[in-house]
Design a protein around this ligand. Structure first.
Ligand SMILES: Cc1ncc(COP(=O)(O)O)c(C=O)c1O
Length: 360
């Protein structure tokens, strides 16, 4: 077998070897049932137990209050861009959307097909390199909700404040949930796709106030209604059983690794190594406001963009993979979610130092 690469993919992203090995060991026979977990009914007691444990672990890891629902859904984070306004835009006259990076812009595009919206802040003009303080966002009176993305995976920028809005806050935490130590009670609705920090793609976690979920739009088909999913304990229809199973293993791994406070410490350490290197060189550059830099996605450009291909090829020959920035913005991006080890960061740092020596 080829050695495992240093995998800087933005998602689907690297998973801990221990977790993959457990999955491998259990694939033909899960806990002595004579079958894998993906070959039995989601209504079977074995799967139900696993599902309940996964939810309990999320609650424990993030200290989720009892007054919140934890829902496992499908359709990726992208489906949430439509479901949120479909379910909750009726709660006010307009819905506020922050435009602070590619993902929040995509959310705006989808929501605009569903409801009347107000762009409450936009950082298009600074090319998504800094975000206005939340207090300066133009939140409309009598509005239903405020939507934003806490960590913009493509631009490598994050919101560092907690929301304090009158309307409900809906926050896309796809690339930072479990990397930051958040106070769930400060948010009304959090969602995240799994493929960065808690497993394979195809499963999405929603953590939201029960009193809000109960206000879901009853005119929608059940499969599009949050209250229907919550009522059926995320088993309104056949869930992504494999995704749920791996997510459960990831939550156990987090508990074993010291919890989310520790994950945040590690994320800051890992990203700090790369930002220190970038800032100490004129060969590499990161355009993001220093205080708002992502601790999960480190973006950088080379002073001479003609060297980009050489950078990627030479990195690849040393096992450093998937460093190309998103196709819409170019440059480089090192995504460093929780399973990414410091060894890989140090290998990347060494490579970058040597590359600068060679071409700088
Ligand atoms: C912040 C953010 N939001 C939404 C998405 C879309 O997720 P999905 O592809 O699961 O729909 C991504 C995917 O990379 C993301 O990083």
């Amino acid at each position: 077998m080829k050695n495992r690469i240093h995998n800087f993919s933005a998602g689907p992203a690297t998973l801990p070897l221990e977790v993959l090995e457990e999955v491998k060991a259990e694939l033909l026979d899960f806990n002595g049932i004579g079958s894998s977990i993906i070959e039995i009914s989601h209504r079977d007691k074995t799967f139900k137990e696993l599902a309940t444990n996964a939810e309990a672990s999320v609650r424990k890891l993030l200290s989720v209050p009892e007054s919140y629902d934890v829902i496992f859904m499908q359709g990726g984070a992208t489906l949430q861009f439509s479901l949120i306004p479909m379910n909750f835009a009726h709660l006010g006259e307009t819905a506020n959307f922050a435009e602070i990076g590619s993902w929040s812009s995509k959310a705006i595009k989808e929501a605009s097909k569903v409801c009347d919206l107000n762009i409450c802040t936009s950082s298009v003009e600074n090319n998504f390199t800094s975000i206005k303080a939340l207090a300066d966002w133009d939140i409309k009176e009598k509005s239903s909700l405020v939507h934003y993305c806490q960590n913009e995976t493509i631009q490598g920028i994050r919101v560092t404040e907690e929301p304090n809005f009158e309307p409900y806050s809906f926050v896309d935490m796809s690339s930072c949930l479990f990397s930051e130590n958040i106070d769930v009670s400060k948010y009304d609705f959090i969602y995240a796709c799994a493929q960065k920090n808690f497993g394979p793609s195809g499963i999405t976690l929603v953590i939201a106030k029960k009193e809000l979920i109960e206000k879901s739009n009853t005119g929608l088909p059940n499969i599009l209604r949050y209250d229907a999913h919550a009522k059926e304990a995320s088993m309104l229809n056949t869930p992504n059983t494999f995704g749920w199973y791996v997510a459960g293993k990831m939550f156990d791994w987090y508990l074993k690794m010291g919890g989310i406070k520790e994950m945040e410490v590690q994320s800051k350490k890992k990203s700090g190594v790369l930002y220190d290197l970038i800032d100490s060189s004129s060969f590499y550059h990161n355009p993001v406001d220093v205080a708002q830099r992502s601790i999960c996605n480190v973006v950088f450009t080379l002073e001479n963009p003609e060297l980009e291909n050489a950078f990627l090829e030479e990195a690849s020959s040393e096992g450093l993979e998937y460093l190309k920035g998103h196709r819409t913005v170019g440059g480089m991006r090192a995504s460093i979610y929780n399973p990414m080890k410091m060894d890989s960061i140090l290998a990347l740092k060494e490579f970058m130092v040597n590359f600068e020596k060679k071409y700088g």
